[in-house]
Every structure is written in C-alpha cells, then in structure tokens.
Ligand binder design. Structure first.
Ligand SMILES: [Zn+2]
Length: 387
C-alpha cells in the first residue's frame, strides 16, 4: 500500500490548515515531487512533458497551487501564503531551466564523442569548396536586352503594358475592326466568360505588343520614340518554330514630317548595330492593318554572308536565298492616330513609323538553335551553353 502511494504522481492537495508549519510541510512535499520528476528526465520529450505538467497555464501545478492554496487562503494569512507560493514558483522555474540546460549539455557531449564530429576535426580546409554556379541571362532575354539597347542608344525609351488586354487595345484601336479578316491571322487566346461585356471590353491574351503603342500615345504627347519588349500569346500548337507564348520587340516613332526614309535609315542602322556592320537590309511590300504602306524587312544572311552556301553545303537558315526575314514595319496608318487624336496625334500634322520583330526568332538565328521549344522547356544543360 505504502509503496504504491509513493509511485503515484503528485497531485496538489487542498489545504485546510494555512499555518506556517502546515505550509512548510505542503511545500516540502511538492518540491520533493519536483526533484523526483526532474531526475527521471532522459530526453527532450520527457522534459517537455515535465515542463507542461508544472507550468501549463490552464492546469499546470503552479496554476493549481495558485487556485487551491493562495486563492483559497483566508484573508488574514494571504500575504504569507502568497510569499510561500512565489518561492515555490521560483524554485519550479529554476528546476525546469536547470533540467533543460543539463539536457543540452548531455546532448553536446554525446555529439562531440561521435565519429561524425571526429571526422570534422580532421577536415582539410585547403580542399576546394563546392562550386555554386551563377545563373546567366536566358538567350531570349539576352537578345531582347541587346536589341532594346540598340534603340535606347538611338534615343528610344522603353515602354511596357499588360499581357492580358482588352479587345479594344489589342484589335480595335489598331485598325482591326470587328469581324475584319485580319483578326483571323492572329489565333487569339480569349479569356473565358466575357460574353456579357461589350466586345471592346472583353479580355484576351495580347497577340502582339502593339497595344502598348496606343496606351503610350494616350499618355504621352508627340514627338514620341518608344521601344516595347514583351511577352505575347497565340493559339499556336508548339513545334520547332512555334510556341503559344513568345516575345516581341516593337518600336514606334512619331513626329512631324517622319518619312519612310527615316524608317529605312533607322532600321538599317539598328540591324548593323545588332548583327554587325557588314549586314545589308532589304524591304519588300507587305500588309498590316495598322501600317500603310507596310513592308517586311530582310537582312542579308549573317550566317553565310549572303551567298546562300556554307562551304559546299546549302545554308539552311536563309533557305539558300542569302536573305533572312527579320521584321515587319510600315508607316503608321492615319486611322490609328484617329484613336488618339485628342492627345495631339492629328494625322494632318504628324506621321510616324512602327516596326515589330520576334525576339525568339532572332535568338534562334543568332545562336543557331533549331528548335524554339529548347528555349522554354527549362533544361539547364541547354541553357548552360549561353553562360
Ligand atoms: Zn544563309
């Protein structure tokens, strides 16, 4: 019977006698239980159980003595009981902290005697460290930055706009009227459930960077020289030359008396800055809804030097023609200026040219990569080659 009583966990008794000797006795019993329990702690889990049993705010032993001893004490002895309870609290807190420190010391001793740390003592600090490779610019970003830098040096400022656009900015204001067949050439990805809105407010993923032209002209008065790099989307199934997401760089210059000669001179200079001074340019007529007249610009093949041959082999990038199609361009259609006429773009007084090119396509050509998918499937072994 007696041994069973000793092994039972300590519980806080209700006190009937609040005299000093009775308090001494109760405190003695409590502290004996505290020492007994702390001496049994073997690991961190034991210690946490111990800490919570004594310190837990809701029903820990310290809370219990506060309730069962201090609050229950008659008014006249409360100061003495309070003092005693505080002493007990200090002792319990010290004990719990000491036990934790003991535990940490034991763990450290165990660690320092383990073979792992012994090996670490013999580390050869003269051995080379682990090399953490630095990242590099992605070839498409690098190409974009280089092209943008060419135009910045010509005094163009960089403008950007949202990738999710409205029908108005992506089509209507660029002279693609509703149901115009030119819209069909841009396989557009539309945002779902827009049918309740008027057509011009419906959202889509922009199919070109051209909406930024209108957005900028709404904000800034002429004269204007801007270059617009950015991501665009079209519903093109991925293959070696197509990706549903790709990158364009677009430019716009507006001033009084801008001519097609300015367009040719600017682009010819830009291409020689980018591809090298021996590169020639050539223009042939084309069609875009937002420019009139429109042209496609070709550069002489910078791979075969315009000969169409690489040694005895035919040159594939230029299809043996000696020319590579690089961008679309033209004089801004006056009906585009009509959309921003109120901001000083009176087609009677100003004119401008615009051009746009695919950054991915130029990166493919520049680095001799034959599959656009390699740019986007994130294989580090491929990307490492561009460091
Ligand atoms: Zn060639």
């Amino acid at each position: 019977m007696a041994s069973k009583k000793r092994s039972a966990p300590y519980t806080v008794p209700r006190l009937k006698d609040f005299s000093a000797p009775a308090l001494d006795k109760a405190a003695e019993k409590l502290l004996a239980a505290l020492h007994d329990e702390s001496s049994r702690i073997k690991n961190e889990a034991d210690w946490k159980t111990f800490r919570d049993r004594w310190m837990a705010r809701s029903n820990g032993i310290l809370t219990q003595i506060n309730n069962l001893w201090l609050k229950a004490a008659p008014k006249e002895v409360k100061p003495q009981v309070g003092q005693r309870v505080n002493e007990i609290k200090d002792k319990v807190e010290d004990e719990i902290q000491d036990t934790e420190l003991d535990l940490i010391r034991i763990q450290q001793e165990q660690l320092s005697s383990s073979s792992y740390v012994k090996a670490a003592d013999h580390l050869d600090i003269t051995l080379p460290g682990i090399r953490r490779p630095l990242g590099a610019e992605h070839p498409v970003i690098k190409t974009t930055n280089e092209l943008v830098a060419v135009f910045r040096n010509l005094g163009y400022s960089v403008q950007e706009g949202p990738v999710i656009e409205t029908d108005y900015y992506n089509f209507e204001s660029l002279n693609f009227p509703p149901n115009h067949p030119a819209r069909d050439t841009q396989d557009t990805l539309f945002v779902a459930r827009q049918e309740s809105k008027p057509l011009r407010d419906r959202l889509l993923l922009r199919t070109h960077t051209s909406p930024v032209q209108i957005r900028t002209m709404e904000r800034m008065k002429p004269p204007l020289r801007i270059v617009i790099p950015g991501k665009v989307h079209r519903n093109d199934p991925p293959d070696a030359t197509h990706s549903p997401m790709f990158h364009q760089i677009e430019g716009l210059a507006v001033d009084s008396n801008i001519t097609f000669g300015d367009l040719k001179g600017t682009l010819d200079h830009a291409m020689r800055m980018f591809f090298g001074s021996s590169v020639k340019t050539s223009f042939r007529p084309s069609f875009f809804p937002f420019t009139e007249p429109s042209a496609e610009m070709m550069v002489s093949c910078f791979i075969c030097g315009g000969s169409g041959k690489r040694g005895s082999e035919p040159c594939r990038p230029c299809k043996q023609t000696g020319w590579i199609e690089i961008l679309g361009c033209g004089m801004v259609d006056p009906s585009v200026f009509d959309f921003v006429k109120d901001n000083g773009y009176d087609p009677q007084k100003i004119s401008g040219f615009a051009f746009g090119m695919g950054a991915d396509r130029i990166a493919l050509l520049k680095y001799g990569v034959d599959d656009i998918q390699l740019f986007f499937n994130g294989d580090v072994r491929f990307l490492e080659q561009f460091e």
